[in-house]
Design a binder for this molecule. Structure first.
Ligand SMILES: Cc1ncc(COP(=O)(O)O)c(C=O)c1O
Length: 414
């Protein structure tokens, strides 16, 4: 650990929670340099939904590296980008009747959010943004400014023309009235031009919005000429079952931000899907050196072809999600004394234990038992599970068993 202590910035975080040096990873298992194996229910903060070193993508990447084709290409045309565009169109856009174009932004989720906000604000001419409490959109200036409950917002100077409404689990008339009134009002003298929402919140604590509320957002924004950005960076690419977490609602976003697991292999890659009629960018108006990661285009096309040509993965994710929430509910009942809350959607799930220290202790005890889980949410009280979608059923059961033991240990020590 000496090198890290001496040379790495104090800002390092996850390594404090999991203080060991990792050497290898395969599927849902990571191994450290002492040979200890950990079940990974964190999955690269959602960037490894398809597991570590998925052999399909590794083979595709090796083939690409040996081919002599381009690795870096900004936004010039390449064979890999063409294959990626054709594949996402065939597997994702066309089946969902999404008449959208792909904007490659790179390489982080925050960059996608920046681009989406810039386009939306330019299109509407209105600067103010409506977001939601518990929302998280990244650490760049603008993305942190609209991340309503995160530390980044408190520590960075933030935009004044932003307003956040509460998360809505079960919609009431009062929620719709507040939404309607807020969208019609001004923020700091500015009219609202765009709503940004994670249809299922990730960092906010694995919280799906009521689909009826999502429908209301679309109805009122359409009436007022306000655009809707769905931030699907964490909940998208199959995490909640369907490819997008808003599917099944009538949110019908104008811009969809996608990143994290979109490359399949965990490579840096981010895109925005933009409604064709709104694609009014001037050539070169939004730029970025790392927009053309051809290795990521290649592995992404492989992922989309393999996992999104039929509904097998989606159905399996729903099944695994059910197994996970059943186990979490049993933990809540056995150890929560009526105070714990289970939430989630597909394979984005959480156990809110209501206390920061308790959630931290559960994560620590889980690690000691060979299970990697993080905490999240306002106050960091939620143990969050981002289990790989491709996990073996026996590994899922074993991980949940270890988590139950960690919860038991942490609660009995109080
Ligand atoms: C919903 C959501 N949006 C945006 C981001 C920012 O992505 P990145 O860390 O790649 O900038 C994250 C990261 O956790 C996220 O969960």
């Amino acid at each position: 650990m000496k090198s890290f202590d001496a040379l790495e910035s104090n800002v390092r975080w996850y390594c404090r929670r999991w203080p060991t040096v990792f050497t290898a990873a395969s599927g849902s298992v990571i191994t450290d340099e002492n040979g200890v194996e950990y079940l990974d229910f964190f999955a690269g903060a959602g960037a490894l939904s398809y597991g570590h070193n998925n052999p399909l993508f590794v083979e595709a990447a090796i083939e690409h590296l040996r081919s002599g084709r381009l690795l870096h290409s900004l936004d010039t045309f390449t064979v890999e980008k063409r294959d990626f565009l054709d594949t996402i169109s065939r597997t994702i856009l066309a089946p969902r009747q999404l008449d959208m174009v792909v904007q490659t932004v790179g390489p982080t989720g925050a960059t996608a959010v920046e681009a989406a906000l810039q386009l939306a604000q330019r299109l509407t001419g209105h600067r103010a943004v409506l977001g939601f409490e518990g929302g998280y959109h990244g650490m760049s200036y603008r993305a942190a400014s609209i991340s309503a409950s995160m530390a980044g917002r408190e520590t960075s100077a933030h935009l004044k023309d932003f307003v956040a409404l509460p998360y809505v689990k079960h919609v009431t008339d009062a929620d719709i009235e507040l939404l309607d009134a807020t969208l019609r009002a001004t923020v700091n003298g500015q009219r609202i031009g765009v709503v940004i929402i994670e249809p299922t919140q990730g960092e906010g604590g694995a919280r799906p919005f009521d689909p009826v509320y999502l429908a209301a957002i679309r109805r009122i924004t359409s009436e007022l000429g306000i655009l809707v950005i769905a931030d699907e960076i964490q909940a998208g690419v199959g995490r909640t079952g369907p490819f997008f977490s808003f599917e099944g609602s009538s949110l019908d976003p104008d811009i969809i931000c996608v990143s994290k697991s979109i490359s399949g292999l965990g490579l840096p890659m981010a895109i925005n899907l933009v409604r064709r009629s709104l694609d009014t960018w001037n050539p070169g108006e939004f730029s970025g050196t790392f927009r053309g990661n051809n290795l990521a285009f290649k592995t992404s096309a492989t992922m989309l072809n393999h996992y999104w040509s039929d509904a097998t993965l989606e159905k399996n994710t729903e099944l695994f999600g059910h197994t996970t929430r059943t186990a979490l509910e049993a933990m809540a009942e056995s150890f929560g004394a009526g105070t714990f809350d289970v939430r989630g959607n597909g394979m984005l799930n959480g156990l809110d234990v209501r206390e920061t220290e308790l959630a931290t202790a559960i994560s620590r005890h889980a690690f000691e038992r060979g299970l990697i889980v993080e905490t999240c949410g306002p106050g960091d009280t939620i143990v969050k599970l981002l289990t790989p979608l491709v996990i073996e059923p026996a590994q899922l059961d074993e991980g949940l068993r270890r988590l139950a033991l960690a919860v038991e240990q942490a609660t009995s020590a109080r």
